[in-house]
Design a protein around this ligand. Structure first.
Ligand code: NAD
Ligand code: DAU
Length: 342
């Protein structure tokens, strides 16, 4: 089979490329990526040596480029990871998020209709469900929880999900959707909590925790997300929707303290700063459906996953040093330079 992985030069997409190359050696994997600030060809260095892998630079919002991709590569399956993915950036620049995340999805699915496809899979997020109250640990997101978004990012992802469902119903396009909780692991761009805190701690720089740090995220090691998507595209039915998560809820402040302890750095590096606007309080996925219907379960618990992740950042300094030496410095100044300390 020919599998197009859009956004395959980013964090989860690249892990998925490696997962597919390792687990389905007969399939050809075509990564289609615009190489925005979040896309990185160095991440795909090892894949480039594999004859079953191909990289095509292109933008999912560009119909001509997308149609050429379909004409040339004749994909059986498209897995759409390409997106603007950072909530903080969406608060400063919503327009780009709507264009990439909604229009990009529309353009890809139009090409699927035009050229024919066995499956279009939309990689969505638990953020489409909004948040849960901190004082109700008994509540979880299920596939039937109402969409209730908080940020321009999550609103754009929820809109894309609705569009996917509409294409399935109206045009009978064979689509599926997965909504996963927070991922962590190798190749995570250092604007996100875990890599940012690891890298700041290694530099003895302050660790900027938003507000009191009591917001809860439900962490899943990236490889477990990849194995779930792999099952959905191969065993799930068209029209299916699955939540993905492993019941690994943690308060941000506790994640930061775990990182400091692992790196033998003092907690005095923690700095509480102005909160994110509209900050979601708690995410928590109920993964019962994918467990029961497809037999999926996560393999890596948080204690092991965070050790593996920290070790990866310690042994891949070149990868993140290249990133933080570029435009990232400007980004960091804009996001954190004027943030009041609490
Ligand atoms: P990322 O920001 O690390 O990577 C995004 C990739 O998409 C980059 O390689 C970028 O170059 C590419 N891209 C952006 N705009 C593009 C365009 N117009 N055309 C082609 N390529 C483009 O993102 P990520 O964290 O790997 O997330 C991947 C997907 O998974 C996203 O759809 C996100 O919403 C979803 N998701 C992420 C998480 C998480 O914890 N990171 C959890 C659940 C779902
Ligand atoms: O839940 C899935 C989502 O997880 C994905 O859809 C998004 O693409 C992904 O970015 C992630 O969103 P979050 O907003 O949860 O991730 P982030 O790493 O930005 O933040 C995690 C938590 O840490 C959140 O409560 C905000 C907080 N935070 C984050 C940063 C970057 C801080 O306290 N300080 C920081 O500097």
């Amino acid at each position: 089979m020919n599998i197009v992985v859009t956004g395959g030069a980013g964090f989860i997409g690249s892990n998925f490329v490696y997962y597919e190359l390792a687990n389905h050696i007969d399939d050809t994997i075509i990564c289609y990526d615009a190489l925005t600030y979040a896309g990185n060809l160095e991440t795909l260095d090892a894949a480039m040596k594999n004859p079953k892998f191909k990289f095509v630079k292109g933008d999912i919002t560009n119909r001509e480029e997308v149609n050429a991709l379909f004409k040339n590569e004749k994909p059986d399956i498209v897995v759409n990871f390409a997106a603007e993915s950072h909530v903080d950036r969406s608060i400063n620049n919503p327009d780009l998020f709507l264009r990439t995340n909604i229009m990009g999805t529309c353009v890809l699915m139009d090409a699927c209709r035009k050229y024919g496809i066995k499956r279009y899979h939309q990689v969505s997020t638990d953020e489409v469900y909004g948040d849960l109250p901190l004082e109700r640990p008994d509540l979880f997101f299920t596939e039937t929880t109402n969409l209730h978004t908080s940020s321009p990012y999550s609103a754009s992802k929820a809109s894309a999900d609705l569009l996917v469902m509409a294409y399935h119903r109206t045009y009978d396009l064979p689509c599926s959707i997965s909504r996963c909780s927070n991922n962590y692991g190798p190749y995570h761009f250092p604007e996100k909590l875990i890599p940012l805190m690891i890298i700041n701690a290694l530099h003895d720089k302050k660790l900027p925790v938003y507000g009191a740090g009591e917001n809860v995220r439900d962490w899943l090691y990236v490889e477990d997300h990849c194995s779930a998507i792999d099952l959905i595209i191969r065993k799930g039915k068209a029209g299916d929707l699955f939540n993905i998560g492993g019941h690994n809820e943690k308060r941000n402040i506790d994640v930061v303290k775990i990182i400091l302890k692992a790196l033998d750095k003092p907690e005095s590096l923690i700095e509480h700063v102005t909160d994110r606007k509209g900050h979601d309080r708690r995410y928590a996925i109920d993964p019962t459906k994918i467990k029961n219907e497809l037999g999926w379960s996560p393999k890596i618990n948080f204690d092991d996953g965070i050790k593996k992740t920290i070790n990866w950042y310690l042994t891949h300094k070149e990868w993140w040093e290249h990133i933080i030496s570029g435009d990232y410095q400007e980004y960091y100044k804009t996001m954190y330079g004027n943030r009041a300390k609490l």
